[in-house]
Design a protein around this ligand. Structure first.
Ligand code: HEM
Ligand code: HEM
Length: 536
């Protein structure tokens, strides 16, 4: 029992900060449990690791392109002229106690951060967690995703080694390829011609202050919205659009999440200890006249690199201007297309279905076959671009012709997504059929029965109530014809009717309440269609 003195101290703080009320409201907040909800957390914790390790690196790293002759312990580079940035990265790696470890943890954390954010985004996409009311959090997430990529790129450009300079040269090419204003953009960013001496100090400011501050602000807004909306949940027993089933934030979830932070930090530390990453001393200092064979960017930039490698060499010369479509199209336009599609998708889907209700129960990907198929097609297209970024490595490792790989990839980026789209859609529809069959006819029991006339059949038992909940809790939309009126009272245009047919047309009819009652003999299941099941 707290002493009266203790209570006075607590009350003094509470009068000024109002924490008790806030705690009462938020600490009991229920958080549902599912492994896929850990993806956002992995992104969050690797971001924290980046902040912690990044601060350590700032103590030793010198963001300067002033030239020095290397005079450290790494014999192979002794006396080599290099920038202070590169020399200080070598010092960090060889002389600062724990420096190499922290550098490697920082780099692995960066790779994990972008990877976790990407897979988290896919989870949100495939389960429809971006639907009302979470559209704004989807957009904030996309902002985070874009900033994370730029932040990572700025980071690995800092050491001014041969690999980072090659990456910057690539970025320089993208800038220059912007029609008409390209050279001005280059001069603005590099303070003159590439590489100049301004870029490392500028990127440093961007890397340790500007983008981390933006990321922090957006992460705070992102998480505040998760708390405000409450988390979504997968369909399951007792779960409805109006409740959240799970553990309270405090103590259960806080303990789990706190522990998970240390798991992520621990794994990153092990990776930093045992797995070498970015050994800049092997690459040597940047020199615009050299490129190492087999240069590869960090994974999240690979798709752009691949796009540039396989685009044909289209170039226009009009008057005194050069239009380098071979870099502008794959670099600048492709990124623009990807982000425009991602930004637009929640709104496009809403326009097609005409659905304006809130969604807190997640979709099982099979129940929205067209969205799922589109997502898989987009992933496979990305993968083809990404593989193209390694065309030289594939050629040397598998003894194949570089040109043939390039021609193959030019076709693959169009053909592979069409194939994966069709296959995914068919798999989803088959899974819907299987679900329907299980609900209506029960699941195979493994018990073989012999009839008096000698025929065999397998007995089917009704699926459990728990499973029936899960299988029936999704919203379905009718495929409307042009001119009819949708849920929101809007007339369906011809164009929208066509899109509806494409998006919803293949869905297997949902098991109706009547069918369910007929097969199960009772109706304890909330199929998400507004029955009065008591909330749990
Ligand atoms: C270097 C990524 C946040 C400070 C790097 C490198 C990457 C990176 C990939 C190259 C590491 C290497 O040498 O192999 C990121 C990402 C961040 C982030 C993705 C956040 C999302 C920060 C923060 C700070 C920081 C918050 C400081 C407060 C540094 C410094 C270097 C560096 C000083 C140069 C030292 C070096 O290259 O060894 N960063 N970083 N970083 N980062 Fe970060
Ligand atoms: C939810 C963190 C990027 C969209 C969450 C959650 C966390 C989180 C911790 C709650 C747990 C979970 O569902 O995983 C982060 C961090 C990011 C990031 C640190 C760093 C880059 C993104 C991206 C998107 C996104 C790229 C989408 C484009 C969402 C949405 C929710 C969410 C819509 C709510 C999901 C729900 O309630 O089911 N985020 N996220 N986030 N995130 Fe992110």
């Amino acid at each position: 029992k707290p002493s009266s003195h203790g209570m006075r101290i607590v009350n003094w703080h509470d009068d000024r900060l109002g924490l008790a009320k806030m705690g009462k409201e938020n600490l009991r907040k229920v958080f549902p449990d599912h492994w896929s909800f850990l993806l956002g957390e992995i992104a969050l914790y690797s971001f924290v690791v980046l902040l912690l390790t990044g601060v350590f690196l700032t103590i030793w790293f010198k963001p300067s392109m002033a030239e020095v002759d290397y005079n450290g312990p790494y014999q192979l580079l002794k006396g080599t002229p290099m920038s202070e940035a590169f020399a200080s990265t070598l010092d960090l790696s060889f002389e600062v106690r724990g420096g190499l470890l922290v550098r490697q943890i920082h780099h692995w954390a960066a790779i994990l951060f972008v990877a976790a954010a990407t897979v988290h985004m896919l989870r949100i996409f495939f389960t429809g967690a971006f639907r009302k009311p979470r559209e704004i959090n989807w957009l904030i997430g996309l902002g985070l995703f874009m900033l994370a990529m730029v932040e990572g790129f700025a980071g690995y450009s800092l050491p001014d080694d041969l690999l980072s300079g090659t990456g910057l040269r690539f970025a320089d090419g993208l800038m220059r390829a912007i029609p008409l204003v390209g050279t001005w953009v280059e001069f603005f960013v590099f303070n003159g011609e590439f590489p100049g001496t301004a870029i490392v100090p500028r990127l440093y400011m961007v890397h340790i202050l500007l983008i981390p501050a933006l990321l922090l602000g957006l992460v705070a807004a992102h998480l505040a919205l998760v708390v405000y909306h409450k988390h979504t949940q997968y369909p399951g027993p007792g779960r409805t659009e109006k409740n959240v089933v799970g553990y309270p934030l405090f103590p259960v979830y806080a303990a789990k999440a706190g522990g998970f932070f240390f798991v992520v930090f621990g794994v990153l530390t092990l990776m930093g200890t045992f797995m070498q990453i970015n050994p800049v001393w092997k690459f040597g200092p940047y020199n615009p006249g050299e490129v190492t064979a087999g240069s590869q960017p960090d994974w999240y930039m690979g798709w752009l690199e691949g796009a540039v490698r396989i685009t044909p060499n289209w170039e226009w010369h009009i008057g005194h201007t050069t239009w380098s479509w071979n870099i502008f199209l794959p670099g600048v336009c492709l990124m623009g297309v990807l982000f425009t599609l991602l930004v637009a998708w929640p709104f496009v889907e809403k326009w097609i279905t005409g659905d304006d209700s809130e969604h807190h129960l997640l979709d099982r990907p099979r129940n929205v076959p067209t969205r799922t198929a589109l997502g898989v097609a987009a992933m496979s297209c990305y993968a083809m671009f990404w593989l193209s970024g390694a065309n030289d490595i594939i050629a040397t490792h598998f003894h194949l012709s570089l040109n043939k790989i390039t021609y193959f990839m030019r076709a693959a980026i169009f053909v592979v997504p069409i194939i994966t789209y069709q296959i995914t859609k068919r798999i989803c529809v088959s899974l819907q059929r299987a679900d329907r069959a299980r609900l209506v006819h029960g699941s195979p029991s493994g018990e073989i029965i012999r009839e008096p006339d000698g025929a065999f059949h397998e007995a089917h038992v009704p699926v459990s109530d728990e499973e029936a909940w899960t299988l029936t809790q999704h919203k379905t939309y009718p495929v409307l014809t042009a001119g009819s009126i949708d849920e929101r009272g809007r007339r369906v245009s011809k164009k929208r009717a066509r899109w509806m047919k494409w998006f919803l047309g293949d869905n297997v009819a949902k098991v109706s309440r009547e069918e369910l009652e007929a097969t199960r003999g009772h109706s304890e299941i909330d199929s998400g269609e507004g029955t009065n099941k008591p909330e749990i």
